[in-house]
Design a protein around this ligand. Structure first.
Ligand code: SAM
Length: 275
């Protein structure tokens, strides 16, 4: 006969979910890290439905279920608050990136702290990914480029799934307001690389590309590659995305005859480290 008094006491102390999970603990199949798969399913279900509640009440369980065990990410509560409860947080513009991609972005932007050179992003949209970079960059200069008026005209042979004007629900004013707490940010509205004149003499430690299109990606690589300091990173979104095949084509062509290997990451990103 279960000791109901004890169960009630535990529920009061630990919460219902934890007690329920503990009851099954020993009998369950586990993932590669030893975390029970059934727990994962439960937690992800509740986290999907009640993200704010779950993150506030059970942060460690949420991190385990999402397989987010990286110490750079997991020790930064402010960053975790940003990337884990974006759906339910009106103060934060959700980036068009997965959890892991947001984590990668932070880790590589943070690494740039130890190198000389500025940071840049082409493809800012509403400022979601720029906010993560701004969290990581410390006092460094960060240059942000976008049309702030939607996607430019795609090259129909490479980018046939994308349409001119997509993602036009943004404005420079909104993005500036979203990033107002950070210093040393410089905004450039219009078509890159036409807008790149003011940074033509700068060197870079970290560049984030998220431009979706073949020609935009090629133009960015042409501009930034020779301006990267040794050890600097160019990280791109959509290297492995079904709806943006022009990005992979541009990278593969550009780096075919260069010494840097293209390193493909989970989920759609790739990066190169300048040699
Ligand atoms: C997918 S969105 C960027 C999303 C953003 N990084 C995020 O995670 O929130 C792509 C952006 O690239 C911009 N873009 C593409 N090619 C561009 C170019 N040549 N010059 C300026 N902006 C460009 C578009 O205007 C669009 O806002």
């Amino acid at each position: 006969m279960p000791n109901f008094e004890k169960v009630r006491e535990n529920i009061q102390k630990q919460g219902f979910l934890k007690v329920l999970l503990n009851l099954f603990e020993s009998k369950l199949k586990r993932d590669w890290r030893g975390f029970p798969l059934l727990y994962k399913a439960f937690i992800l279900f509740f986290y999907t439905v009640f993200p704010k509640f779950m993150w506030k009440k059970y942060p460690t369980l949420v991190l385990k279920a999402l397989e987010l065990a990286n110490s750079v990410i997991c020790q930064n509560k402010k960053l975790l608050d940003l990337i884990l409860i974006t759906q339910d947080n009106p103060g934060f513009i959700k980036p068009l990136l997965s959890f892991r991609e947001m984590g990668n972005l932070y880790i590589y932007a943070k690494k740039a702290e130890n190198l000389p050179g500025d940071l840049a992003e082409v493809g800012v949209y509403r400022g979601g990914s720029a906010k993560i970079i701004s969290e990581a960059k410390g006092k460094k200069n960060f240059h942000l480029f976008d049309t702030f008026a939607g996607l430019p005209k795609p090259d129909s042979s490479q980018d046939d799934l994308l349409v001119k004007g997509e993602m036009k629900n943004t404005s420079l004013k909104e993005v500036k307001a979203n990033l107002k707490e950070y210093s040393n940010l410089y905004f450039y509205k219009g078509m890159f690389p036409k807008t790149a004149g003011p940074i033509s003499k700068r060197k870079f430690s970290f560049v984030h590309l998220d431009v979706d299109l073949y020609k935009s990606t090629k133009d960015c690589l042409n501009f930034f590659y020779r301006r990267m300091n040794v050890g600097g990173v160019i990280l791109s979104h959509d290297y492995n995305s079904i709806n943006a095949p022009g990005v992979k084509k541009a990278f593969d062509e550009f780096f075919k005859k260069r010494k840097e290997p293209i390193i493909e990451l989970w989920d759609s990103q790739c990066l190169i480290i300048k040699q």
